[in-house]
Write a protein that binds this ligand. Structure first.
Ligand code: ARG
Length: 462
């Protein structure tokens, strides 16, 4: 009961009735998988080249195919290609058009191949490219962080644990913490790339093919670093896509944590930074508002990627070998993951560059929170007092500070000596923010000198 004129299906030989239009619509994927077209064409060109090399196609047939596919690619790029839903997916659309344009030779392209190994190949080529773009974009974002860290290498800010003021750190050090999160994200993408970059082509539908194919040639033409060893596995597993999405979920987790801090810092309650006007929006009712919508959206989009990761895991878990149509459902989550993560990373570089750092506000806050209490305890330890006793003594001094509304460094020497006679004039260099930060002078510590050294090492890692 088809209602519209249908294209002839490549499998129509075995059928007496045509697909109902509802099913046609239900099974079609071309609306979203057409974005794979450059990789589909590359894969087909490599396949035809290999088939000619082993004598399955003539050189003339190969040339006609390559020429036809090239022209189809140009037309698609120019927006002059008529995609048709009744040809189901990107693969059949392109193949049908090739046959329409070059005739007999076009019909031979699918020799020794199936859409099962074709789609797995296209997807891997696509993800390989997107992985490289993401690695590059993350590197650019890391450079922005290093530039800020360099500018603020000795800017004091309160460091927090439990969101309570803990110890002073430099703002540069904080930026380097973000740098490290993204560095691991980049490592994860590079590592996963080697498992993406394996070639399924040649697995055909599931068992391989009887034609004398040479998979080494195809792999080399397509830049794959190795060949999937087992045909059943090659066409069926999407673990490489799951791994990629997991790496993206972690990127988003990191961006979301960064966003949470930017949102807090730009709130008047903290007032540590101001985000550029170009990256904020106002309120339609409250004239005073300047809202951090960009980091909020990044934080919100994180949930979306976590959802995609779960969708792919669940998609895979019940599938027996080998290919099942379930796998067509891998594309939309994957494509949205790529689009979302890419846009978040790109917007983040600009967002961070737009940020004004309110140095005096951060120093003032760091001074107010007894953030050098540990330094005083360490000072007493150096004078011979066991750490637990020193902790107790400083606790009393802090209690006194709360009652008199004075930070430790604002107390007189006599006041401090009332807690321990071992305290001397030299204590004040320890109680200042600068003294406290400078004392953490080792690899990974917050001392401004160490931050500069860490930036130097970090630049070499990008
Ligand atoms: N559109 C399909 C997919 O995304 C292509 C493979 C279809 N293979 C098949 N035997 N029906 O997985």
């Amino acid at each position: 009961m088809p209602t519209k004129a249908q294209s002839k299906k490549p499998w129509s030989g075995r059928f007496t009735e045509s697909t109902t239009s509802l099913v046609e619509e239900f099974t079609a994927s071309v609306a979203f998988d057409k974005r794979l077209y450059p990789f589909d064409i590359l894969g087909s060109i490599a396949h035809a080249t290999m088939l000619a090399h082993v004598g399955v196609l003539s050189m003339e047939e190969r040339d006609a195919i390559i020429d036809g596919l090239g022209k189809i690619g140009t037309d698609i790029e120019a927006g002059q290609f008529q995609w048709s839903e009744d040809l189901e997916d990107v693969h059949m659309n392109i193949e049908a058009e090739l046959v329409r344009r070059i005739g007999e030779a076009g019909k031979k392209l699918h020799t020794g191949r199936s859409r099962n190994d074709q789609v797995a190949t296209d997807l891997r080529l696509y993800l390989r490219e997107e992985t490289d773009l993401l690695i590059k974009a993350l590197g650019d974002l890391q450079t922005v962080l290093l530039d800020i860290a360099e500018r603020e290498f000795d800017t004091p800010m309160p460091g927090f644990t439990h969101l309570q003021i803990a110890q002073p750190v430099t703002f540069g050090h904080h930026m380097l913490a973000w740098f490290e999160m993204l560095a691991r994200d980049r490592e994860r993408l590079s590592d996963g790339r080697s498992r993406i970059n394996r070639m399924p082509l040649g697995a055909a539908a599931l068992a391989g093919t009887g034609f004398p194919i040479d998979r080494g040639i195809t792999a080399e033409l397509l830049g794959f670093e190795s060949i999937c060893e087992n045909s059943l596995d090659a066409v069926s597993d999407r673990d490489f896509a799951i791994e990629f999405t997991a790496a993206c979920a972690l990127i988003m987790t990191h961006l979301s944590r960064m966003s949470e801090e930017l949102i807090l810092w730009s709130s008047p309650a903290f007032d540590f930074i101001e985000l550029g006007d170009g990256f904020c929006t106002g309120s339609s009712i409250m004239p005073q508002k300047k809202n951090p919508d960009v980091p909020e959206l990044v934080r919100g989009k994180t949930g979306r990627i976590d959802g995609h990761l779960l969708a792919l895991l669940v998609l895979m878990k019940g599938q027996p070998l080998a290919y099942n149509r379930d796998n067509q459902e891998d594309k939309e989550p994957l494509f949205d993951t790529v689009d979302t993560v890419t846009s978040c990373i790109l917007v983040y570089a600009g967002l961070l560059m737009s940020m004004t750092i309110k140095r005096h506000r951060m120093s003032a806050q760091a001074t107010q929170g007894f953030s050098t209490a540990t330094d005083l305890a360490d000072y007493l330890v150096r004078k011979g007092i066991p750490f637990r006793d020193a902790h107790e003594i400083v606790g009393k001094a802090v209690h006194h500070g709360i009652e008199t509304k004075k930070d430790l460094c604002a107390m007189t020497l006599a006041e401090l000596q009332s807690f321990s006679p071992l305290i001397a004039e030299d204590v004040f260099s320890v109680l200042s923010l600068e003294g406290s930060m400078a004392s953490r002078n080792h690899i990974g510590g917050t001392a401004p000198g160490q931050v500069l050294k860490a930036i130097g090492r970090a630049r070499k890692r990008i």
